[in-house]
Write a protein that binds this ligand. Structure first.
Ligand code: SAH
Ligand code: SF4
Ligand code: F3S
Length: 470
């Protein structure tokens, strides 16, 4: 444990109860991972996690700045928390309010100016200082901690807590890379997460073993540009993500590996071959392209053309023919004409996605895109988004329907909404609703898909014969 975490000694809330923290997470998977690590760090200082703000002594919002709407949502949530605290104080109990994540990094003390109820603001590069910051805030100081840290935050954060890992289930995230040097002209991430940093192999391997030891069956490696990860292997050679995946695949008990999010420019041969050679690497790849027009790709600073992306997809499919592709798209980037947008539709038509996310361009303060001329009118953006989403939905449905009547290995993850059900995931990431008699949480069972709906698959009631045959 680091010095910082030791500074937060176990303390009690009112009436001698343990203090409770409610962490609310917005944005991407990296925020989910960071929230867990922050909860772990606070846990060693005597805080336990609670699922609701109502009985919390501290509320920590882990925020996202990617689009205007995401950032604005935080202020309405802070307004609600201000009121909750006022009611609390009437009964003599206090509530500490903290803001972490990308809004914290981007807006810093501006957050406290806009919402004085906030006690502390902490950026993603300084989470290892969280216990210290909480101590200061609790003694009445307003704290803003957003400097890019010189020390490695992961070395100072406590390792994921075994008991917590068990409670969180059989799948886990593991950040291997953080930050971005790509500077796409629409994107705030290089400013909120800082420069690209790769975690060392030994740290990653030991965290992965730790997770598997605590019952995790599937690990998803995370990074803003996860495939830009590189580091020195134990053999002294420079490793890329492909080599790292091979090493992780050797961990006994680890059944499935995934990674997200990748940039087309960093899909090297070794990584493509990993999809051919590593059995536990799941056939799913999130590879955002954003747009299909070379002119717009250039203005976005993506540094590749639409055809280069098409050829890359061909090579990936050659290596792993059953791979499910996913992507991100932005419509209405400044200067996007009807013809440019049709290029995006064509690219989507050519590639065929199993799943995708698409957004209207949102100008972000401080990014080059915001200063460009020719912003696209909102109704045009809406119309394009609608058309694109309709096409993507058709492709998703086609992919899902293609799985009907097939026998599919499913990792059982959690109880379903209805009694007697378990929810698992297919190799291609869709949730699969199973009868609980198929197996227990953590098992990988072979089930026949009886029905595909828009967002999930339904498996036949158990069929042990199927399991043996598969
Ligand atoms: N690191 C990842 C994703 C970053 S953010 C990558 O490089 O692909 C996730 C997605 O949000 C992006 O892929 C993009 O499609 C979208 N996005 C980012 N900035 C945006 C903006 N200003 N307006 C609309 N969508 C945006
Ligand atoms: Fe943002 Fe581009 Fe970096 Fe992805 S690669 S995080 S979209 S700047
Ligand atoms: Fe949002 Fe930051 Fe993730 S801006 S998408 S939380 S890296």
């Amino acid at each position: 444990m680091s010095e910082n975490t030791e500074m937060l000694m176990p303390e009690s809330g009112v009436n001698g109860n343990t203090r409770k923290v409610f962490v609310k997470t917005y944005g991407c998977q990296m925020n989910v991972y960071d929230s867990q690590r922050m909860a772990d760090a606070l846990g060693s200082g005597g805080y336990v996690e609670t699922k609701s703000p109502d009985d919390a002594d501290m509320v920590l919002l882990n925020t996202c700045h990617i689009r205007e709407k995401a950032a604005e949502k935080i202020y309405s949530e802070l307004g609600r928390l201000r009121k909750l605290r006022a009611v609390r104080r009437e009964t003599g109990r206090d509530l500490l309010i903290g803001v972490a994540g990308c809004v914290a990094q981007a807006e810093g003390e501006e957050i406290i100016r806009r919402e004085p109820a906030v006690d502390f603001v902490i950026g993603p590069q300084t989470y290892h200082r969280l216990p210290q910051v909480v101590s200061q805030a609790r003694s009445g100081a307003k704290v803003v901690e957003t400097d890019y840290s010189v020390e490695d935050k992961f070395e100072h954060l406590p390792a994921p807590d075994r008991r917590q890992v068990r409670d969180r289930g059989v799948t886990a995230f593991l950040t291997v890379q953080e930050g971005c040097d790509k500077f796409c002209t629409f994107c705030v991430v290089p400013y909120t997460r800082g420069a690209e940093v790769s975690r060392p192999v030994s740290q990653i391997m030991s965290e992965a073993r730790n997770l598997v030891g605590a019952g995790v069956r599937e690990i998803t490696l995370l990074g803003q540009n996860v495939n830009a990860w590189h580091g020195e292997g134990p053999d002294g050679a420079e490793w890329g993500l492909g080599r790292l995946l091979h090493a992780l695949a050797g961990i006994d008990g680890l059944a499935r590996l995934r990674y997200v999010t990748s940039h087309p420019r960093d899909m090297d041969d070794a990584l493509i071959e990993a999809h051919r050679d590593i059995e536990c690497l799941m056939p799913y790849l999130h590879l955002p392209v954003q747009a299909g027009s070379d002119r717009i790709l250039k203005a976005m600073n993506r540094k590749h053309t639409a055809d280069e992306y098409r050829r890359l997809i061909d090579r990936i499919r050659e290596a792993r023919p059953d791979i499910a592709l996913s992507g991100d798209f932005i419509v209405g980037f400044p200067g996007e004409t009807d013809a440019d947008f049709e290029d995006t539709m064509d690219l989507v038509g050519d590639v065929g996605y199993a799943q995708a996310f698409s957004f209207k361009y949102s100008p972000r303060p401080g990014t080059p895109g915001a200063d460009l001329a020719d912003h696209v009118a909102d109704d045009v953006k809406s119309e394009r988004l609608q058309r694109l989403q309709a096409l993507l939905a058709t492709q998703q449905t086609a992919f899902m329907k293609g799985l009907e009547n097939r026998i599919v290995p499913v990792l059982l993850e959690k109880p379903g909404r209805e009694l007697g059900q378990l929810i698992g995931r297919s190799p291609w990431l869709q949730p699969v609703v199973c009868d609980e008699t198929v197996g227990k949480i953590g098992d990988i069972v072979s089930v026949r898909i009886s029905k595909a709906s828009a967002n999930s698959l339904l498996a036949d009631a158990v069929n042990r014969e199927v399991e043996r045959r598969a």
